[in-house]
Design a protein around this ligand. Structure first.
Ligand SMILES: Nc1nc2c(ncn2[C@@H]2O[C@H](COP(=O)(O)OP(=O)(O)OP(=O)(O)O)[C@@H](O)[C@H]2O)c(=O)[nH]1
Ligand SMILES: [Mg+2]
Length: 609
């Protein structure tokens, strides 16, 4: 059963339109029944992906075009999930590189292009969103060429095919047309370019089996599921195999249970799959990323795939606040530990360690988003816990301490340049490049300690009044750059347990911005707001108006209160200082002092305590 196959990954910077493009490829290849109701950006299938409009996990689907089976991997664009992209590239034979027709290449474009070129893949460049008013395709193609060249592309890779597209409107064209018009009626130009430019995977179906696992799924029915491309040979259900962690690593015998392939958004069971097929296999209990599933008589292991080391750690703690256990179903140390162990089954870039302190686990990942998404998933499942301030993973090189440095790119309006440059400077950022677009916007590139970026996105949004774009990507480890000042403002701390009272809020209104509203429960040591000054202040937020002299006039009751800051999980995690925690329950996000009483805080703050 040989049929024509092409395997591609869609890669790009965040938001350049990958998932929207895959939608159109699915639709226009006739994957769905007529009248079938299909959600927009259907590949972003989990709740958090849908709500935030970002892709978190690379996912496979497959379409048929002119008789050829095309496996498509939609990849995430956010830098925290760069590892996902890298692993996806290990199972494809070609890539479609999307570049926003207005923004041009961005940091993650560079990252994914570099990985693709290094693997010898020849990208198809799609100038996407050409319908946008600021679209400038010529600039984008030149910039792409320069980028390829800088990244050491071969002559062949530099000679990339270009397709112009508006994924959202469902068309792609090989030639440029007039601005504001549709340059084609459908996506066939892109489909045809894939068929002609992406090589079919060569391999002998009769050769010994060689199948590398590039990603993992988990199912409570069949356990771990490995996904990968058959490099050579044929895989069949109930087949005995070697599972090998590279040529020199651990190896053990096992047996494949089922074999599936992708068809549209579904998976179908097959009786065999040959070279070039992307398959899902189950039955191998602790199958891991990068292993080769290979022939029992003549094993052919491939080198292991590398999984990126974590750069950021957070303490996950049992919630011990006075309000603990009221809103969550799973609250014990054991339950949190078991959930984290389950996460490790498929979240390959995550690491979990016991801290030595009871009920505190050190969880490390690829960035703030990677970790907060895990937390968000946990709270939706009914978990309750507390987390500390994220900290970067340092490395000892000789007797020097090294820290991760990020490359950050901001795209802002001219008028915000001064403020943003000052803020980045204070965080030990070094300006690496600056480009104005001559239309009122400027793009700045900085190298900056990852530490300095923790808590920056809130400030950045304020500085640019929400008009700025920011993205960052890991660059290298370098010698420690010295102290960076923490949060500028102190906090308002509740002195008592009870319910927030409007009267008290009125009294506190000029002290700073609040996180709470009337009726919210509070406890001693909980942070109720940001102090407008730099010191912490213990306040009474549950104080009732004293009823000593009764007056009938309603005048005084019209208290003016500034609306509170909506405390999202990300905001809270970015906001807290070293001695503070975020309390996370299925219903609430609260921030608190680690030590709840003033007395304990004083003792902990004393030198030598
Ligand atoms: N004008 C215009 N907007 C588009 C086009 N394609 C996508 N968009 C919009 O761009 C935004 C991001 O689209 P996605 O498809 O989610 O982008 P993505 O590359 O998958 O994003 P990540 O997976 O998070 O990296 C959405 O608001 C889309 O509606 C297009 O061709 N033209
Ligand atoms: Mg996406």
């Amino acid at each position: 059963m040989t049929h024509a196959i092409r395997n591609i990954a869609i890669i790009a910077h965040v938001d350049h339109g990958k998932t929207t493009m895959v939608d159109m490829l699915l639709r226009q290849s006739g994957t769905f029944r007529e009248n079938e109701k299909v959600a927009e950006r259907v590949m972003d299938s989990n709740d958090i992906e849908r709500e935030r409009g970002i892709t978190i996990l690379a996912k496979n689907c497959a379409v048929t075009w002119k008789g050829t089976h095309i496996n498509i991997v939609d990849t995430p664009g956010h830098a925290d999930f760069g590892g996902e992209v890298e692993r996806a590239l290990s199972m494809v034979d070609g890539v479609v590189l999307l570049i926003d027709a207005q923004e041009g290449p961005m940091p993650q474009t560079r990252f994914v292009t570099k990985k693709a070129l290094a693997l010898g893949l020849k990208p198809i460049v799609v100038v996407n969103k050409v319908d946008k008013p600021g679209s400038r395709p010529d600039y984008v193609i030149n910039a792409a060429f320069e980028l390829f060249d800088k990244l050491g592309a071969t002559e062949d890779q530099l000679d990339f095919p270009v397709v112009y597209a508006s994924g959202l409107n469902g068309w792609a064209s090989l030639t440029e047309g007039p601005a504001g018009e549709h340059w084609a009626t459908d996506m066939s130009a892109l489909f045809d370019t894939v068929l002609t430019h992406v090589p079919a995977h060569e391999g002998d179906p009769a050769a010994p089996l060689q199948l590398q696992i590039s990603s993992l799924y988990y199912s409570s029915f069949v356990g771990r599921i490995g996904v990968g491309r058959v490099n050579a040979g044929t895989v069949k259900p109930a087949m005995d195999v070697w599972v090998m962690e590279g040529p020199d690593g651990r190896a053990y015998k096992s047996r494949v249970n089922q074999v599936q392939t992708f068809e549209g958004l579904e998976r179908i069971q097959v009786t065999e799959a040959g070279p070039g097929e992307i398959v899902l296999i189950n039955g191998i209990e602790d199958i891991g990323i990068g292993v080769t599933v290979t022939d029992i008589a003549s094993p052919q292991p491939l080198p292991m795939l590398k999984v990126d080391e974590p750069t950021l750690t957070m303490n996950f703690c049992v919630n011990n606040s006075p309000l603990a256990g009221r809103e969550g179903k799973f609250v014990t140390s054991r339950q949190i530990w078991d959930r984290l162990q389950k996460e490790l089954q498929s979240n390959v870039a995550l690491k979990v360690k016991e801290s030595g302190e009871d009920g505190i686990f050190e969880v490390s990942g690829r960035g703030e988003l990677h970790l907060t998404i895990l937390l968000e998933n946990m709270r939706r499942e009914g978990y309750e816990l507390a987390v500390g301030k994220p900290r970067v993973v340092m490395k000892d090189v000789g007797d020097e301490r090294h820290e991760p440095i990020e490359m950050v790119t901001v795209d802002i309006e001219d008028q915000h340049q001064g403020g943003v440059m000052q803020a980045l400077g204070e965080r030990k950022g070094e300006l690496a490049n600056m480009e104005t677009d001559g239309r009122g916007r400027v793009r700045l590139e900085y190298r900056i300690p990852a530490r300095g970026l923790i808590g920056f996105s809130n400030e950045f949004m304020n500085l640019t009044r929400g008009t700025g774009l920011i993205s960052n990507i890991f660059d290298s480890y370098e010698a420690y750059k010295g102290e960076i000042a923490g949060r500028k403002n102190g906090v308002l701390i509740s002195m008592d347990q009870g319910e927030i009272v409007t009267y008290a809020l009125g009294k506190l209104d000029d002290r700073g911005r609040m996180f709470v509203k009337a009726g919210d429960p509070v406890y001693e040591g909980m942070i109720v707001g940001i102090h407008s000054r730099d010191n912490d202040l213990v306040v009474n937020a549950v104080r009732q108006k004293q009823l000593t002299n009764f007056r009938v006039s309603g005048k005084e009751d019209a208290i003016k209160i500034t609306p509170p800051i909506d405390l999202s999980l990300e905001y809270a995690v970015e906001f807290i200082a070293d001695d503070e925690l975020v309390e996370i329950t299925p219903k609430s996000i609260r921030v608190r002092k680690r030590f709840l009483t003033e007395h304990e805080r004083k003792r902990a703050g004393r030198p030598g305590a």
